[in-house]
Design a protein around this ligand. Structure first.
Ligand SMILES: [Zn+2]
Length: 338
């Protein structure tokens, strides 16, 4: 390797990694409220998920002690601790949820409730959520717990909320359930893994709808890609399905449901609607017909004739009895009609 090669290698090895941003080296973090400096951020400043604090290593710039003081101040001013937590969340772009605030009360007996709340709001299930998420959820009136379904009297089933998880609005639950019913009526869904894939497909559809409404192209592309991947995982991508094998992939139950939707069996005559009336069918059309054939007159053959009469054509006959009588007398040669 010549000298230029050595220089090039040295330049490449010293180039910073552009994909993973380096952590900010904050050696003496200072509280922007009280001015106190610390040796490290961890343990002294609350963590944050907000992009506002991304270059502060995702820590709030106010120390834990000052947050405590602020919380006490809001408790006194606003009159209750939940509103105080909400105000802190609003101020520092932290995700606020009423259910989360209530659950933090239970475990915050010997700890500061506001710090318990912030720690829980940073758990993985709330990843990426900020106060903006709170505003979005509240404008959509999302359901935050299964119990809330009972209390609020919304027209969705608790089973639906349990199945899809909390965090959707009433209309969204209806959309999800309709889509889920539709997918599972058309495709086989027998195992838990199939259920989970169809559930994820429905949520992906909802995300596509949301991205379309908000006009967020990046989110739309991501949602569409995820949707396509999920269809592939379920083996129901359009190029994976041949029309003539659709019926082979469906269970007998789903096929019956499909036929009932597309070409339902017509309603029977009211007379025969009751399946117990099978006796009448057999009595009239089997025994009745048999008796008629071999010339036995009984209730079966009478019933059979009565039914056939409805569908039979008869020759016209003279209706004048006097003329009929004359014809009969002429034919028999009985002038007196004896
Ligand atoms: Zn401070």
């Amino acid at each position: 390797m010549n000298i230029w090669g050595v220089i090039a290698m040295a330049v490449i090895s010293s180039t910073p990694d552009r994909i993973t941003p380096l952590k900010n080296d904050i050696r003496s973090p200072r509280c922007t409220t009280c001015g106190k400096t610390f040796t490290k951020q961890t343990g002294n400043f609350p963590a944050s998920q907000s992009p506002i604090y991304a270059c502060n290593n995702h820590f709030l710039p106010v120390c834990k002690t000052c947050i405590d003081k602020l919380y006490e101040h809001y408790c006194a001013v606003l009159g209750n601790d939940e509103d105080a937590i909400r105000r802190i969340c609003m101020k520092f772009d932290i995700y606020y949820s009423k259910a989360l605030a209530e659950s933090s009360r239970k475990i915050a007996v010997d700890r500061s409730r506001v710090h318990t709340y912030i720690s829980r709001a940073n758990l993985s299930q709330f990843r990426g959520k900020t106060y903006d998420t709170t505003i979005d959820e509240e404008s959509r009136q999302v359901i935050e717990s299964v119990e809330e379904v009972k209390e609020s009297g919304v027209k969705i089933l608790q089973r639906t909320v349990k199945f899809f998880g909390v965090g959707f609005s009433e209309d969204e639950y209806k959309f999800l359930q309709d889509q889920y019913d539709d997918w599972t009526a058309r495709h086989e869904c027998q195992t838990k893994s199939q259920e989970e894939i169809f559930k994820a497909i429905c949520i992906a559809q909802l995300n596509i709808q949301r991205a379309n409404i908000s006009g967020d192209q990046k989110k739309l592309d991501t949602s569409m890609k995820l949707f396509q991947d999920l269809l592939g995982a379920a083996k129901i991508k359009p190029n994976q399905i041949k029309g003539d094998v659709i019926s082979d992939q469906q269970t007998f139950g789903t096929l019956i449901q499909k036929w009932e939707t597309e070409k339902p069996i017509p309603e029977p005559d009211p007379e025969f609607a009751d399946v117990d009336n099978i006796r009448k069918y057999i009595g009239t059309f089997f025994f009745g017909h048999l008796c008629k054939m071999i010339g036995i007159k009984n209730s079966y053959s009478e019933e059979y004739e009565k039914y056939l009469k409805q569908y039979s054509a008869t020759k016209p006959e003279f209706s004048d009895d006097a003329v009929n009588e004359d014809i009969f007398n002429k034919l028999t040669g009985d002038a007196d009609g004896q």
